[in-house]
Design a protein around this ligand. Structure first.
Ligand SMILES: Cc1cc2nc3c(=O)[nH]c(=O)nc-3n(C[C@H](O)[C@H](O)[C@H](O)COP(=O)(O)O)c2cc1C
Length: 347
């Protein structure tokens, strides 16, 4: 596949993603917090700092992987990096494969480090990347962590996608053994099962981003790119973010579980943290904000978003994101059925 075609594909992903809308009802609505009337803390008592095993985030919300690899997405990366710098959020770049193949493309990613020299940046590669290239991807950005995306459904619906997956697990084991920053195995909107998380734990992985169903949908995006648009029946494939977090429960002590996929409101973030996530990523909302409304508006949106998170935490008597794990939740019947059928022990 030529570099031009790859560049074109990234732009198509961004264009189609921006036109997507979220389902009106999400799994986050299946969770309710028990309200208690008299908080024992003030909004000013809240500290959003989140400590992960290897680094501390000034707040749990981060900008998740999307862009780089084309002229247009270089500009988007620069804008997102400004938002990350000004707000103190961590930020992941999109897959760096384009830069690893052709150094002319490197600046569409390195712009993120140039714009935000002191920020926390995650680099990103796919599960089939040669180990040396994974190391190179970290150096490219002087990244604090490396996301490795696992995206089998996307590849299979993508007309020109990968058809070889049996090498992934061995390759992931080699990557985690060689790369000297934390490796985050990340889905792209199809969620994770406890079986997958167990396999990853066994090869030494200590970070996953479950990135579940409910937001950006890569079956729909790739189907849109197919001549006959004939794979729409797979649209609901995968676990939602809430289901995936429930699946992760017994690994939360040993691993940092990151959440993303369809997170849209401050209340969604709080629910992810209450379900045990160490940090929470959003992609499409930041893309749409920055492309449709610009940097100042996006910064304002981000500031409001975190202020709202603090208000919800006050109602839940949680001074820190970790305290949210004590919040009392009631699950709707659909979620309870998932918990029962999957034998998940949530307490
Ligand atoms: C335009 C676009 C491009 C993306 N590219 C990547 C990528 O290169 N690597 C990756 O790991 N995830 C990629 N993702 C997936 C996101 O990181 C995230 O897992 C997914 O979009 C779900 O989050 P959301 O519902 O908040 O958008 C992309 C998402 C979007 C919207």
């Amino acid at each position: 596949m030529s570099d031009f075609k790859r560049e074109q594909r990234k732009n198509e992903h961004v264009e189609i993603a921006m036109a997507q809308t979220d389902a009106t009802i999400s799994d986050f609505d299946e969770i309710r917090f028990v309200h208690h009337s008299i908080p024992s803390i003030d909004v000013s008592d809240i500290n959003l700092e989140s400590s992960l095993k290897d680094f501390t985030l000034s707040q749990p919300l981060y900008i998740n992987a999307m862009t780089g690899g084309s002229e247009w997405t270089k500009q988007i990366n620069e804008k997102l990096a400004m938002i990350a710098r000004e707000s103190g959020m961590a930020m992941a770049v999109g897959s760096t494969h384009a830069a690893l193949r052709n150094s002319k493309m490197a600046s569409s990613f390195t712009i993120v480090r140039e714009t935000n020299p002191n920020g926390i940046i995650f680099s990103n590669v796919g599960a089939d990347v040669p180990v040396d290239k994974a190391v190179e991807s970290v150096h490219l950005l002087d990244a604090q962590a490396l996301q490795v995306h696992v995206n089998a459904p996307q590849e299979l619906v993508m007309p020109e996608g990968n058809r070889i997956f049996s090498t992934w697990m061995d390759n992931l084991a080699q990557i985690v053994a060689r790369v000297d920053v934390p490796v985050i195995i990340k889905e792209v909107g199809f969620g994770m099962s406890k079986e997958t998380i167990k396999q990853l734990h066994e090869i030494g992985i200590r970070y996953v981003d479950v990135s579940g169903r409910g937001g950006t949908n890569f079956v729909d995006i790739e189907n849109e790119r197919r001549s006959y648009k004939d794979m729409d029946y797979l649209s609901l494939w995968g676990q939602t973010t809430v289901e995936s977090l429930l699946e992760s429960t017994s690994y939360q002590r040993d691993m940092d579980i990151l959440a993303s996929g369809g997170v849209r409101s401050p209340l969604d973030v709080i629910k992810c943290l209450a379900l045990g996530a160490s940090a929470v990523g959003m992609s499409r909302p930041f893309l749409n904000q920055v492309e449709n409304y610009g940097i100042t508006e996006t910064l304002n949106y981000t500031e409001q978003f975190t202020e709202h998170m603090k208000k919800i935490m006050t109602m839940l008597d949680a001074r820190s994101p970790k305290d949210l794990k004590n919040a009392q939740m009631i699950f709707g019947p659909k979620l309870q059925s998932w918990i029962d059928q999957r034998n998940i022990d949530i307490f």
